[in-house]
Design a protein around this ligand. Structure first.
Ligand code: SF4
Length: 289
């Protein structure tokens, strides 16, 4: 079977960097410290299972931090690429834990922007999903109460002040076109807004490339965790272009039917899918069909 695999499939720069940092902490560990990540490192059950086997513990919430004792072993806490609120880092430092910040530089740039803008007395509008950890982290760097919106309709529901300047930023994985519509509506309503487009190109480029591949192939395979929003989005994009699109987490989930009529298969993967899973699927499709 002929296969086209997206060049941008799998770990993005930020996730790769965070993975490298945690893997180094595991390999350097002479048994004298414990390694933690603030939340699961990435949205991929397979990877989390492997990290757990390597001795990495996951801090799920604030209460977990409260209950952690310094004890006689040092603790190293890695902040994942999504980033966390400033208060979380402060709390970890206060408890005497070593904080290793693997926040993606693109997310860090948003933290710095909202911190500086709110410090100047400006309002902050974050365009994104208010329940997403990245957005909750960004909110936690504002020195004001930020406003979070996800759609143009949300603008009608919020109370913006005529005499206040607002800085608008976006969750890194937010849809470009939706962000443009939101900004346009805010500007048309004559609010004083400064827009910082913080959408990460890694996501956009992966989506564009996957869409182009899905247009050409008979069958499309999207590999990603069911909890990964960027993988689900990739699936939707590919499904729009190629009816026979499959969303799988690992090779075990792959169930291709009627392969007699399939000549060309496309493969893409979300930002939290490790390379070895992509390679396994690619090899299987190429050789076994
Ligand atoms: S998607 Fe972009 S912003 Fe998010 S971790 Fe990856 S490189 Fe960083």
């Amino acid at each position: 079977m002929e296969v086209i695999t997206a060049k941008k499939a799998g770990f993005c720069f930020g996730v790769e960097k965070a993975m490298d940092i945690v893997e180094k902490q595991i390999s350097d560990n002479d048994g004298s410290y414990d390694v933690y990540t603030c939340g699961p490192l990435i949205h991929n059950g397979e990877v989390i299972k492997n990290l757990k086997a390597g001795g990495v513990h996951v801090i799920e919430n604030d209460e977990d931090i409260d209950s952690m004792e310094t004890g006689d072993r040092s603790k190293k806490v890695v902040i994942r690429s999504h980033g966390v609120a400033k208060a979380v880092i402060d709390k970890l430092n206060e408890k005497g834990f070593e904080v290793i910040d693997a926040t993606c530089p693109f997310v860090k740039r948003i933290h710095n922007t909202v911190m500086q803008e709110s410090h100047k007395g400006n309002g902050v509008i974050i365009v994104g999903d208010p329940d997403h950890p990245e957005v909750r982290g960004i909110m936690g760097w504002c020195e004001c109460e930020p406003i979070v919106i996800e759609s143009t309709e949300d603008i009608d529901r919020i109370a913006l002040k005529e005499d206040t300047k607002y800085c608008v930023v976006a969750q890194t994985t937010f849809n470009h076109n939706k962000f443009k519509d939101i900004v346009e509506k805010l500007q048309n309503l004559r609010y004083d807004v400064t827009v910082v487009d913080t959408i990460c190109n890694a996501t956009y480029e992966r989506q564009c490339e996957s869409r182009e591949i899905a247009k050409k192939v008979d069958t499309m395979i999207v590999i990603g965790d069911t909890h990964s929003s960027n993988s689900k989005k990739l699936y939707e994009i590919c499904k729009d272009e190629c009816e026979d699109t499959h969303f799988i987490q690992t090779l075990d989930d792959l169930n291709l039917e009627n392969t007699n009529s399939v000549r060309l298969v496309g493969i893409t993967a979300g930002a939290s899918t490790p390379n070895y899973i992509i390679e396994e699927v690619q090899k299987h499709v190429r050789i076994d069909f």
